[in-house]
Ligand binder design. Structure first.
Ligand code: MTE
Length: 328
């Protein structure tokens, strides 16, 4: 994206670079057949193995297919090639291809997440322990970028709530702040003035505890490519993509609403909530529709953007009584 500079906003790849998605399209049918055959009945439901084809590029990350309501978008998957080469990760550059070109310098071991603030269990959790903290699930989420494009990706991880519960937040903890790596030695743009670093994000406690908020370690059955936020990121499917912070190194529990990177950069354009909302335009463009990356590039017909990115049944209640035009 270039959230600030509009000229980069629709820097799509040429159609010829795009791999067709049909290889993935039969997934839903496959799951239905498994269900009909009794494979997914009762307690066995969470044991179904993923039918997603692994790209074979990185280490496999085993997961069972999530049966959580809302965890399986039926839309055709975005090809791995697009999901891993059309990225926003400003620490590595502002062009969509920059993260894939530059993020090989990111050092993902050793890694850990520091737990800070209003919790009983303060301290550092090593990546190895994080990987074992809860069983891995595969969830197919739509991710809608504030710039007007979207993808459908099989993420691997577990609910962020699993980690939060283990940290034992105090009653005074009302928000969760996510702080990401800012290492000028390995991240060439951390010295730039595009954003104030580190890139940070935040959620209200009930949003963070919502089962759809995914602490993410992989995609397409393998560990995350660096450019997608290795080794651990957030995926919050009902919010614009920038809420899904990549390469997290610290999680802080706070009483007050934390500042967030994009809100600091342009408060009138990027609010704290940033729920996907086709009825609230960005000051510089409409949010009513989106272009799916991966099936035809710039010529792809746009599809209507759905309220809460299609997750309204699951998350709408979190915002009951709030004016979503004011709390954008
Ligand atoms: N996290 C960090 N640390 N830095 C970033 O620039 N970009 C955000 C989000 N997380 C960003 C980040 C934005 S704008 C989007 S749309 C998503 O990552 C993109 O995730 P993807 O490249 O895996 O699709």
């Amino acid at each position: 994206m270039m959230l600030i500079l509009p000229d980069n906003r629709f820097n799509h790849q040429a159609g010829s670079e795009i791999t067709p998605a049909h290889v993935y399209a039969r997934r839903r049918e496959f799951l239905q057949q498994m269900a009909a055959a009794g494979w997914m009945a009762g307690a066995g439901a969470s044991m179904a193995q993923s039918p997603v084809t692994r790209p074979g590029k990185l280490a496999p990350l085993n997961a069972t297919v999530s049966t959580l309501a809302g965890a399986q978008a039926s839309d055709a998957l975005t090809p791995y090639k697009n999901a891993s080469t059309y990225n926003n990760f400003y620490e590595f550059g502002t062009d969509k291809s920059d993260p894939a070109d530059n993020a090989h310098t990111l050092k993902t071991r050793p890694w850990g997440i520091e737990i800070e603030g209003l919790v009983k269990k303060l301290g550092r959790l090593n990546l190895e322990d994080l990987l074992k903290l809860s069983p891995m699930e595969e969830r197919i989420y739509r991710l809608r970028c504030v710039e007007g494009w979207s993808m459908v990706i099989p993420w691997v991880g577990y609910s962020l709530s699993e980690l939060i519960k283990r940290a034992e937040p105090l009653g005074s903890a009302k928000y969760v702040e996510f702080i990401t790596l800012a290492d000028p030695k390995t991240m060439p743009y951390v010295g730039s003035r595009i954003l104030s670093w580190p890139y940070t994000e935040g959620l209200r406690m009930d949003e963070a505890m919502h089962s759809l908020s995914l602490l993410t370690f992989g995609m397409y059955g393998e560990v995350l490519p660096n450019q997608n936020g290795a080794p651990v990121r957030l995926t919050v499917p009902w919010k614009y993509g920038f809420k899904s912070a990549k390469s997290i190194v610290k999680i802080r529990f706070t009483e007050n609403q934390p500042a967030t990177a994009w809100n600091k950069a342009a408060a009138h354009e990027y609010g704290f909530y940033s729920n996907v909302n086709p009825n609230v335009d960005h000051p510089r463009w409409s949010q009513a529709s989106e272009r799916r990356i991966g099936d035809g590039g710039i010529l792809t017909k746009k599809v209507k953007t759905l309220m809460f990115n299609g997750y309204e049944a699951q998350v709408g209640q979190l915002y009951a009584g709030m004016d979503l035009a004011k709390n954008f």
